[in-house]
Design a protein around this ligand. Structure first.
Ligand code: NCD
Ligand code: ZN
Length: 346
């Protein structure tokens, strides 16, 4: 048995939902993570400072007693977003970032942005005050193959935006391609990327080979093996521009296991153990802290967490619960399809 210790990690991209689902999943993240960037794609979305304050209150109320988990709130960018409200939310400490969903790109994104021109005023304000824009980087044009949507987004939306507004700080969220990793690694400033645990562990075969497996379907969809390998290289490199954003995105099983299932993989329960497995396989355990605990705070200009998280390596594979029961229904936990020998010490 071997044990490693890292500063308590943070999750820079998390879906906690609301109501009974929030109550069910919040403890799963709070157990291991000190802070998380909370996605605003509720129905209706979290758009204003007041929305974010109210949602933060509901998250804090859903945490187990004694938990010191800190939700870092985001505002959902719409074509009607008020720049002054965004600036106020940021300077008053209510919101950490703004989230851009291209309209129709993913779960609950219909209120997202169709025409970037309509939000340039907000983005200019954000550039001035140093507020980060978190981007779901996929085009929604039905003519573009779903496996190419990230690369086309980089070429046709992200790169032009960065040239037009070089001072805007951008997080490319949950990158899934070598193109995304290369683009971020090649940037001189104001660009970083989060990577999920599951995109380091599965490729698109998990969804489609030998039967259709809806619990591996998420957006951006997992790509070819060469992309998974490029993501592993980026995540384990220690490069400060790459950090963990789990994109843990719970849906109740009936919404996944049906004719038109929702996108989202629920990983909060076992994501740190899976991540340790990935870093061990890459002979990069000494870089786990960079990816999960150090690079994110540096990018978001926050202190590193003081407490520690201990992970133990066992001789036999560890069993994780196949699902959690929430008040909203049963939620399947990510099965990495490969033995994991790590667990987090309670
Ligand atoms: C997310 C969700 O369910 O809210 N789904 C997903 O597949 N990741 C939305 C998102 O982050 O794209
Ligand atoms: Zn997400």
């Amino acid at each position: 048995m071997k044990t490693i210790e890292i500063p308590r990690p943070d999750d820079w991209h998390l879906h906690l939902r609301d109501g009974a689902m929030l109550e069910g999943v919040a403890p799963e993240s709070a157990r291991h993570f000190a802070r998380a960037i909370i996605m605003p794609n509720l129905v209706p979305p979290v758009v204003t400072k007041a929305d974010a304050e109210a949602y933060r209150g509901r998250i804090l109320a859903a945490l187990p007693q004694g938990s010191d988990f800190t939700p870092l709130m985001t505002l959902y960018l719409t074509e009607g977003t008020d720049a002054a409200d965004v600036a106020d939310a940021f300077t008053s400490g209510v919101a950490t970032a703004v989230k851009l969903y291209p309209a129709g790109a993913t779960t609950n994104s219909h209120s997202g942005v169709r025409d970037l021109g309509k939000v340039m005023g907000v983005l200019e304000t954000m550039a001035e005050i140093g507020m980060t824009l978190c981007i779901h980087g996929e085009v929604t044009d039905p003519a573009v193959d779903i496996f190419d949507r990230e690369k086309v987004f980089i070429d046709t939306v992200l790169d032009p935006l960065r040239q037009r507004l070089p001072e805007l700080r951008i997080t490319m969220e949950h990158i899934t391609t070598k193109d995304g990793a290369d683009y971020v690694a090649g940037a001189v400033k104001n660009l970083a990327a989060s990577i999920t645990t599951h995109h380091l562990m599965i490729n698109r075969n998990a969804i489609l080979a030998g039967g259709i497996r809806p619990h591996y379907y998420c957006l951006p969809v997992a790509k070819r093996e060469l992309h998974r390998l490029a993501l592993r290289k980026a995540a384990t490199s220690g490069d400060a521009r790459f950090f963990l954003g789990t994109d843990s995105a719970p849906h109740v099983d009936p919404m996944k296991e049906c004719g038109c299932g929702c996108a989202g993989i629920f990983t909060a329960t076992n994501t740190m153990a899976c991540l340790a497995q990935v870093f061990e396989e890459e002979n990069a355990l000494e870089k786990l802290a960079n990816f999960a605990s150090l690079n994110g705070p540096a990018w978001y200009r926050l202190p590193v967490n003081g407490e520690k998280l201990m992970l133990t390596r066992h001789d036999e594979p560890v069993e994780f619960p196949s699902h959690i029961q929430t008040g909203a229904g049963r939620v399947t936990v990510f099965d990495p399809m490969t033995p994991v020998y790590w667990s987090v010490e309670a």
